[in-house]
Design a protein around this ligand. Structure first.
Ligand SMILES: [Zn+2]
Ligand SMILES: [Zn+2]
Length: 239
């Protein structure tokens, strides 16, 4: 088999188990395969246990890797948690406003990683501005122990320069950036994803490779040239 150049993982996918998405697991898996992804991470809101049904589907997903994380509400915005075990995590932090700092520390202690999701705000400096400016969410700037940022999120499509702004910020603080679609519908799966330099076969592989900086964020839109440029910039600084 030819050597793979990159391993594509959509790091941020919601399904019907999140309660706010109609996506059937089988449709998500089908969409991910059609987009040419190598793996997806199911990140339901609030509870890691919501995605437990995907454990069973791993057996029927063929070559597509299926991993599970969780997206939690914190005082610094939404955060994605990867690489923690159900038995350790115990649905910690569900349905409450968590301390982002505490979440980062807890995830790290359990061998995982907490990453700010879509950490930006849109601001119109004047009512005459046709497009809003993108600013990095101030709330993440004082957090200690951050090891990565979600730089490309599939929901940015209307404002593709979000990816560029966050990419430049991540590069400025020497953090790797990741990408995920934040898909709530099957056709959105893969609209943003993370390229890994090496294959990842478990959620702990994902954490390890992000910590090593062996990742860069991508989108599937050819229009997002600038986002790609900043993504490569991140790639360079993280080596
Ligand atoms: Zn979110
Ligand atoms: Zn989300």
């Amino acid at each position: 088999m030819a050597k793979r150049q990159v391993f594509k993982v959509d790091m941020h996918v919601h399904s019907m188990y999140s309660g706010e998405s109609p996506s059937e697991p089988r449709d998500i898996i089908e969409a991910a395969k059609e987009k040419g992804l190598d793996a997806i991470v199911i990140t339901e809101h609030e509870r890691l246990s919501l995605s437990l049904p995907f454990e069973e589907l791993k057996k029927t997903a063929g070559n597509l890797g299926i991993f599970r994380g969780v997206e939690l509400s914190t005082d610094a915005g939404h955060m994605l948690v990867y690489g923690v075990r159900d038995e350790d995590w115990k649905d910690w932090g569900a349905n409450r406003m968590n301390s982002a700092q505490e979440l980062i520390e807890r995830a790290a202690r359990l061998g995982g990683l907490a990453v700010p999701a879509h950490p930006y705000k849109l601001e119109k400096k004047s009512p005459f501005d046709s497009e809003p400016s993108v600013v990095v969410d101030e709330r993440i700037k004082d957090l200690a122990g951050l090891r990565a940022l979600e730089v490309c999120n599939g929901k940015h499509f209307k404002y593709p320069w979000v990816c560029e702004v966050l990419g430049k910020y991540a590069a400025s603080i020497k953090l790797p950036g990741i990408g995920g679609s934040d898909a709530h519908m099957p056709h959105e799966v893969g609209q943003a994803y993370t390229s890994f330099r090496v294959p990842v076969y478990s959620d702990r592989d994902i954490v390890r490779e992000i910590l090593r900086g062996n990742v860069w964020p991508q989108t599937d839109s050819l229009k997002l040239t600038s986002a790609r440029i900043s993504a490569f910039m991140i790639c360079e600084i993280s080596m």
